[in-house]
Design a protein around this ligand. Structure first.
Ligand SMILES: [Zn+2]
Length: 78
């Protein structure tokens, strides 16, 4: 049995990008990202194009980012 090892600051392991497998700092993963910077920007761009702007019955426009929100809105206006 060896004596207790000296407490060394453990270098945080890099997190692998969910899409391309490229390593990125765990600090980014702590923010809720599972993509590297490149893939994150690409995903954000694709998400933006899938959004749609719909007019509400109140006469202003709202940005819908989820299909569920759109369904909810449709039920309300009916
Ligand atoms: Zn990536």
């Amino acid at each position: 049995m060896s004596a207790a090892e000296p407490a060394e600051p453990v270098e945080p392991a890099l997190v692998e990008c969910f899409t391309c497998g490229a390593p990125f700092p765990p600090a980014r993963a702590a923010l809720g990202y599972n993509l590297c910077l490149t893939c994150g920007e690409e995903a954000a761009r694709q998400a933006r194009t899938s959004w749609c702007i719909v007019p509400t019955h109140k006469g202003h426009y709202t940005r819908i980012t989820k299909k569920e929100e759109l369904k909810h809105l449709n039920q309300k206006t009916r």
